[in-house]
Structures are given as C-alpha cells and as structure tokens.
Design a protein around this ligand. Sequence first.
Ligand code: NAP
Ligand code: GLV
Length: 320
Amino acid sequence: MKPKVYITRKVPAEIVTKIEDYCQVRMWDEADIPVPRAVLEEEIKDVEGLFCLLTENIDRELLGKAEQLKVISNMAVGYNNVDIKAAKEKGITVTNTPGVLTETTADLTFALLMAASRRLIESSDYLRSGNWKTWSPMQLTGQDIYGATLGIIGMGRIGASLAKRARGFDMDILYYNRSRKYDLEEELNLTFTEMDSLLKQSDFICIMTPYTPETKNLIGSRELSLMKNTAILINTARGGIVNEEALFHALKKGEIWAAGLDVFEQEPVSLDHPLLSLPNVVTLPHIGSASIKTRMKMADLAADNLLLVLQNQSPKHVVV
Ligand code: NAP
Ligand code: GLV
C-alpha cells in the first residue's frame, strides 16, 4: 500500500505527480486560501507524510491528532511554524528547503534596501497621483547606498549572499552573529561587531536571523534608539524579530529614517496596521523567495525530502 500524504496547498501539477508516483495524495486544492484548521486536523489523522507551507501552524495540539505521521516537509527554510520539540518527541522527521532560495531572497532584500533608501514606491505614487509638476533640487531625495555602512544581523546563507551584493556597492560591511564566521570575514571583508555597536554605526541594518525565542523582539525601542536618525531598517527574516509598535514610534518620531519590510508579526498584515500609514515604510507581502524558478526548486526539494523519509532514506535537509 502506498503511504498517505496530505499537501496543505495547491502546488504545481508536476510536484503532485512526482509525489503520487509513490504515495496516495490528498491536497487542499486552493492556491491562495490556506487550509482551514479544522480540515487540517481531520486530514492529519491518518497520513504518514505532510507537505506544508510556512502559513500552517503545526503545533503540539495538531500533532497530537497525527497517528501515523513520519515526516513534516516544510516548503520554506524557516520552520518557526512547526513545534520542533513536539515533533521530535513523537519521532516525526521535520525537513526544510535551505539553499535553493538563498540568492533570490538576497536579491529581494537588496531590492527592498534600494527601494526604501531611494523612496521608489513613494516616488512612483507621487508621479501617478499627478503631483509631479517639475524637477526640483531636493524633491524626493533619499539616502546613498554606494559607500554606506551595512550592518547584517544573522550571517548565515542569506546574510552572506547579501554581503556579496553589498560589496559591489563598495559598502563597509559589519555583521553580528551568535557565532563568528572567520572564513567569511576574510572572503568578504566583513567586520564582526557587537550588536549595539553595529546598530550605532550602520546606515542600513538588515535582519537575517531565524525567528526563535532568542530573536523574538531582538529589535525593540532600545535598539531603535541606538540607530542613526538616517538609518534604514530592512527585515526580510520574520516579523516577530522586530517589535512593530516600537518600529512605528521610531519612524514616526524620526529616530530612524525608513524601513523596508517583507514580513510581519501577523500575516497577512491588517490594512489598518499603523506601519502601513507611514510613507517611509516599504511593505511587501512576504515575497523574499518569490521567483518562478526558486519556488519550483523549493517545491521540488520539499517533495524530495518527503519522499526520501517515506522511503526510509535520509532527507536532503533535516531539521530534526
Ligand atoms: P541560516 O543560514 O540558518 O542563517 C541564520 C543565521 O542566523 C545563522 O548564521 C545563525 O547563526 C544566526 N543566528 C541564529 N540565531 C541567532 C541569534 N540569536 N543571534 C544572532 N545570530 C543568530 O538561514 P538562512 O537560510 O540565511 O535564512 C535565514 C532566515 O531568513 C530564515 O530562518 C527565514 O526566517 C528567513 N527567510 C525569509 C524569506 C522571505 O521570503 N522573506 C525567505 C527565506 C528565508 P549560526 O551560524 O551560529 O547558526
Ligand atoms: C520563507 O520565508 C522561508 O523561510 O523560506
């Protein structure tokens, strides 16, 4: 008998076919609507494999209903949506999709940095709303990127790829990470700097850590107050790492100059969220890895991880 698998969102047909060669597949057949919790609670009961997205909260309570589950294959590198401890206790393997999305996410992070510093969205809106009457000396002026100081918090795969892009802009690159990266310091001319000092010195600060109990609210009012009032904060990691209320007040008071956010504490972010009312915040709907090629690679890797565990082999990327 083929093992049963549940896929929590409509994924491309070739991915379903690949899994179906070895498994009996059931799937939530919607691309843009997440599977309701009640459906997931029912579906998880008898499956051996779960293919899920970062939008699904795979918590202890849900795992308590899973009687046959061997593998949770998360189609994302971040896995803060999965209760890893509960999965481990039940002997369930958890896998993720690192690497294949690194360059695409670093591209988007740099794009957000450029959009926030040069006010791209605000300028486009200015033109389209008919406000552009003439060229004027200080109109829509922003902050320079070339030669500025970039502080990267979290020097992992994406952090390092971001640093490579920054080198092309002759930026001075500071980083903070829980462990020193001596090879990268040498290769990319990076300077390891304690957090507070990084916050004080950087013109741009990019968050690239995972979301964990240690990184929750890593950037709050104290950290924001240390930044330059011309600083630009970019977060493409996870929403909860930056305290949104503190960020709103810092931007409003002019403690920092702008922000670029691809991620939010609650996603999708509510349209009446205070941050969305500020012109100096560029907001994106969690599209860091959203290129066609990369999303296909992520889905394919998530399928491989799932199938390998169900075939009693080692997955390509295991969390636990
Ligand atoms: P990674 O290679 O694991 O890098 C994470 C880095 O953060 C590691 O170097 C790690 O240090 C460091 N770190 C962890 N906890 C820390 C702490 N408390 N203080 C300081 N540094 C800490 O992961 P990645 O592939 O670069 O991805 C990073 C994150 O980006 C993911 O977890 C995900 O949340 C997010 N992401 C978002 C998007 C998007 O669409 N916006 C796309 C992809 C990824 P060690 O080297 O010591 O472990
Ligand atoms: C996206 O946010 C990911 O973690 O892959």
